[in-house]
Design a protein around this ligand. Structure first.
Ligand code: HEC
Ligand code: HEC
Length: 160
């Protein structure tokens, strides 16, 4: 009687077991690496220069998130508010608090004029560096792309 199964079929169960073992090891390694807080950045808590508290401003004062995170409905990335947003209240409330010293210090000169010029494309999500050089009554700004090329040059004129 002819064999129903060819000879190589004898090794099939072993091959399947080895494949499953390799696959299992791969999945385990993937989960171990990609599901860790280090990778997902769960619990990421940078030390902030101003001890801002959402509990005071949102829970107690009932401010709408969009009062500060004003781009959250318009952009892929949310924004952190400008110091002017804070000073709207804090020029009256807690105006002498030492915790707000940095905010006060950085809010004395609002921007009066702004001009910019695109130099090279900078694609969405590409990392970039922003460099600022004070020039008397204005600040020269440069956005440098990942290739080291200047993507944008700008000038912000400050009020006195
Ligand atoms: C009074 C202004 C203000 C309001 C209102 C506000 N935020 Fe924020 N938010 C900030 C500032 C400033 C930071 C950056 C400093 C920090 O992380 O504490 C921030 C950071 C964040 C962050 C990232 C860092 C973190 O602390 O987790 C998230 C997420 C966030 N806000 C969500 C919200 C949501 C959701 C609301 C509404 C329920 C809200 N914010 C209302 C000012 C505000
Ligand atoms: C709608 C008004 C309002 C806005 C806008 C606002 N705050 Fe406040 N903030 C308050 C009030 C009210 C308190 C609580 C004062 C108290 O405890 O009596 C407070 C408290 C604080 C305190 C604690 C001060 C201390 O000495 O205990 C810090 C720090 C602070 N705010 C930072 C910020 C920052 C940073 C922003 C901008 C991102 C901001 N606030 C925007 C009203 C505001």
């Amino acid at each position: 009687m002819a064999n129903t199964f060819p000879r190589w079929a004898n090794w099939l169960p072993l091959k399947i077991v080895i494949c499953l073992a390799v696959l299992g090891a791969g999945v385990t390694a993937g989960v171990t690496y990609y599901f860790t807080p280090k990778y997902t950045r769960v619990g990421y808590m940078p030390e902030q220069p101003v001890p801002f508290s959402h509990r005071i401003h949102v829970d107690q004062l009932g401010l709408d998130c969009r009062y500060c995170h004003s781009y959250v409905e318009k952009s892929k990335h949310s924004n952190v508010p400008a110091t002017q947003t804070c000073m709207g209240c804090h020029q009256h409330v807690k105006r002498d608090s030492s915790k707000l010293e940095l905010v006060r210090k950085n809010c004395t000169r609002p921007v009066k004029g702004f001009s910019f010029r695109g130099k090279a494309p900078l694609f969405d999500l590409a990392p970039f560096r922003l460099m600022a050089t004070p020039q008397g009554n204005s600040v020269d700004l440069q956005t440098v792309g990942p290739d080291g090329k200047i993507a944008m040059e700008a000038n912000a004129e400050l009020a006195d």
